[in-house]
Design a protein around this ligand. Sequence first.
Ligand SMILES: Nc1ncnc2c1ncn2[C@@H]1O[C@H](COP(=O)(O)OP(=O)(O)OP(=O)(O)O)[C@@H](O)[C@H]1O
Ligand SMILES: [Mg+2]
Length: 395
Amino acid sequence: MSKTLSQEKKKSSRKKLPLGSNGLQFNRKIPRIGVKTIKDEVNQMQTEVTKPEVTPSKARPKAVKEAPRSFSDLRFSIVQLTDLFPISRVSLYEYHKTGLIKQVATRKSGAADSALFGWDTIEILAKRLGEKITKPTENKIKIFANLKGGVGKSTLAAQFAMRAAARGLRVLALDLDPQAHLTKILKFEDAELNALPNFRDYVFGGKTLEEITIPITPLLSLIPGNLSLSVLEMELFTKANREQKIAKPIRDLKSRYDLVVIDTNPSPSTVNISAILGADEICIVTETDTLSTEGLSSIFQVLKAIDEDFDYCPSQRVIANKFDVRLAMAQKSIGYLRDNYGDILLPTVIGQCQAIKEAQALHQPIWAYDRHSVGSKDIAAMTDELLRETAAAHG
Ligand SMILES: Nc1ncnc2c1ncn2[C@@H]1O[C@H](COP(=O)(O)OP(=O)(O)OP(=O)(O)O)[C@@H](O)[C@H]1O
Ligand SMILES: [Mg+2]
């Protein structure tokens, strides 16, 4: 294993070798700006300059492909729509021609222009394709949890919620973590968090569901998280039958959405135990290293205790994340997971993928940020598998 790691280190350090002959990293921007500045100066000398000065960067043509600033800004090409919905390109071209779906923008792709469609098209296709769209009927409320931190709970919860909403499901993302990572990935910046409502405002603060729910796109809503959620734990402490104060309102969300995705922090807190009681399915995210996979038994102990105390246990899935094919330890972990949790292990293993990190920093789904990345294929397969109804219980 150490041999593989040192080989990898050599490989990556080789990639970082400076390209310039002077030993400096080649920076494309410097020579271009230099040339333009000189050109501007020559132009200025040749003509009587009466027009305002144009800086080189402003004079450059606008980038053809502008990255959307958020999930709600996304536009969909015909190819993307066929990836999201069970529909052929021919039918989509026909819908476009007859005006059933309306183009909202144009993207230059090579020599041709391609039509881009907005969220209203997603809604129209969702209605039109109705029964053909895979939706959970039993396990609508899915909670992402694990006692171990940093394994990818928020990342996968956000990617799952975004993809399901783009596939035409009415989705609610419920952030129960005071760190608010799900809230940040889906839309908001740090400075905005304190002003947002949260689930506590509904349970004990007298606000209505409508007041705490923020629409992100027509089909994706968010109940945000923020630091004041941590008060909830103390408030629950003094209440009789306290778990039901959270579990019941969570169960009641079921009638309003096709899917509820809950993100939690890594602790066996009353809030988390109550939320697990309100959920239909627990998605236990684990990293593929020996410590993480072997440490999984603690969350199953919590589930056992819940079962004994409340005579209820949600169905379970284990999702292996951050898999690095080059590491022998990762291969070993997958073997361990297959041997010990084979009945509930999601067939798709999510690979370690830098593009996932980059996408979430821009509030974007990985398949829109980099369609050809490993992460894009993995998240698509994970979503398919989670939406297909297969109740499971490990025992
Ligand atoms: N498949 C992946 N490939 C690359 N990076 C990933 C992947 N999944 C998650 N990450 C990164 O790992 C880090 C931890 O992820 P995340 O915050 O989702 O974990 P978490 O389990 O929710 O953590 P916490 O327990 O603190 O809530 C983040 O920087 C995230 O971008
Ligand atoms: Mg998290």
